[in-house]
Design a protein around this ligand. Sequence first.
Ligand code: HH2
Length: 255
Amino acid sequence: MGVLNVTPDSFSDGGLFSRTDAAIRRGIQMFREGADIVDVGGESTRPGAVPVAETEELERVLPVVEELTKHGPVSIDTSKPEVARLCVKAGARLLNDVTGFRSEAMRRIAAESGVSACAMHMKGEPRTMQDDPVYDDVVAEVRDYLRSRARALEEAGVQSNAIWLDPGIGFGKTLDHNIELLRRLDEIVSLGYPVLVGVSRKSFIGKISGEEDPNRRLPGSLAAALAAVERGARIVRVHDVAETVQFFNVKAAIA
Ligand code: HH2
């Protein structure tokens, strides 16, 4: 899954693709590089990010979704029901909700439209999520939460084979929590739904490596993506599509 942030303030590519034409060009390029799906987002969820109004988010993402669906499968990264509804109408095939479909309206749109739904775990909300997150057992808590979100989606009428789950690396988690979640990812995979993991360029890689520039965290991102895939992750959400495709193709050719 290629990341396409149509935002001025995303943590690694903010401002690069905030113009519609630049975003569309980058999306098409990611399909050419081998992305199976491109995830379009119009609101940064980085720690401390300021929420964006619905009209603003729609102006950012809708023209991009409309055009990119002509080139390949598109996912919309949003928690706003109206943004989700209009993007599905425009052809988006997956709803990626970092708030885990806590909103009934989001669950209804997923069910009525028949598109896939990715429910992610986040502790709290982006503005405050990194203020000292505490868990007894982070893996058990995230797994139980994701199981409850999958049930809620199924009760709303979403087919079980259309549900993806995501532990939400970096969303209300310390370095140790992120490492523990990746190390024991198989416990989340065992819920039986496809698992998506987003580790690309994230700050935990900076903490481990000392690399402060997110754009220089590709080696660590590949290491973390491999660790996730080896434990059963089916989809990796990445900024560096060509590099990640090459990495996994070589790995697959050998083993
Ligand atoms: N991470 C980000 C955004 N959306 N969605 C899922 N399912 N999983 C993730 O790990 C995930 C996500 C944050 O990364 P990015 O989009 O690059 O940054 P920002 O939120 O600053 O736009």
